[in-house]
Ligand binder design. Structure first.
Ligand code: ASP
Length: 338
């Protein structure tokens, strides 16, 4: 029996961070292996299972993220993602395949809840890498993707609450009671990245997101940009990111992490080195805390070709990882405490 099939609790668990931790029997590098942001515990389990069935790493990553894209309760990805400033959900995603050296991506894609699948089609069925907006939607329609309203009631209420309290100088009024998004409402951030290496040492990765909540319409983050939110070099490994996309874009974060692994660093050390670069690039006052540290979070995830898994973030957080032995949440290395 496939060892993963006994993990029935993982199959039952949604992609929520609160899913129970499982300690794998083995901790040494093992292939196949998958790494993800903490909302991807179910994703890494699926990705490893699919690779064991012979599915290529890039496809395994896309299949892994699918339940998270479909989950209305994950307000950072796919269906139910928080909308842009106009209340419209715009999704970003990219995929990269180490074996072929090809990539596909979509940005500002509306009405399609699985942008990672569309990105995979861009990679497989065009000679392009990145398609945006209306063109990306036309392309998705052409390939039979179903359009639907991605704005759930929960996300719509969060948008209204944000809009009403944006300024005290406009005509929108912040009602005394804002229902479940009352005084404690915080702008959710998040994304899912899944990186995979299979038993042959082939590598693939996928990142998918609704992007920064209430972003200016048309804003594109790091997630659909090859070399930023996701990067694969089949000779080295895969790396991806979540968190403040602008900081990852200006540092080409994913590419940088893979570059550090190519120089011989372990996946976690490579993530930490790239985070030091993020800090070095963060100079303007509005992005800094009183103690001079970045006033935002960036998280990197990486696996090398050998199957060693790592993750690090500016501030403490968790991530998901899986091998044939099982899936678990683990603490990421942190550049700074709290
Ligand atoms: N990286 C995403 C973006 O900038 C957001 C996030 O991961 O929180 O669009």
């Amino acid at each position: 029996m496939d060892p993963l099939s006994r993990r029935s609790f993982l199959k039952a668990a949604g992609p929520a961070v609160a899913a129970p931790c499982f300690v794998p029997r083995r901790r040494r590098a093992a292939r196949p292996a998958a790494v993800s942001s903490a909302n991807g515990l179910v994703s890494v389990e699926i990705a490893v299972r699919k690779m064991l069935e012979g599915v290529p790493p890039v496809d395994a990553a896309v299949l892994g993220v699918e339940p998270v894209e479909n989950d209305p309760d994950d307000m950072t990805v796919g269906y139910g993602g928080l909308p842009n400033a106009d209340g419209i959900v715009e999704l970003d995603s990219c995929v990269m395949d180490g074996r072929s050296g090809l990539a596909g991506a979509v940005a500002c894609l509306r009405n399609i809840k699985n942008p990672a699948q569309v990105a995979l089609q861009v990679m497989r069925r065009t000679d392009h890498v990145l398609m945006v907006g209306e063109g990306a939607l036309q392309f998705a329609r052409m390939h039979g993707f179903t359009e639907e309203n991605l704005l759930t009631e929960k996300a719509r209420k969060a948008w209204v609450a944000w809009r009403e309290r944006l300024s005290d100088k406009d005509d929108w009024v912040d009602p005394e009671e804002n229902g479940e998004f009352g005084k404690d409402f915080v702008r959710t951030t998040g994304t899912i990245h899944v990186g995979c290496v299979d038993a042959n040492g082939d590598v693939g990765g996928c990142t998918t997101t609704s992007g920064l909540a209430f972003k200016i319409p048309g804003r594109v983050g790091d997630s659909p940009l090859i070399g930023c939110g996701n990067y694969v070099d089949n000779e080295v490994g895969v790396a991806g990111s979540t968190g403040r996309g602008e900081a990852v874009i200006v540092t080409n974060g994913g590419h940088r992490v893979v570059g550090y692994m190519a120089d011989g660093k372990s996946p976690t050390d490579a993530c930490l080195a790239a985070l030091r670069d993020v800090v070095r690039f963060t100079k303007v006052q509005r992005l800094l805390r009183a103690d001079g540290r970045p006033d935002f979070q960036v998280k990197f995830y990486a696996i090398n070709k050998a199957g060693e898994i790592g993750s690090a973030a500016l501030y403490p957080t968790r991530y998901a990882r899986a091998t044939e032995a099982g899936a678990e949440l683990a603490d990421a290395a942190a550049l700074f405490e709290g």
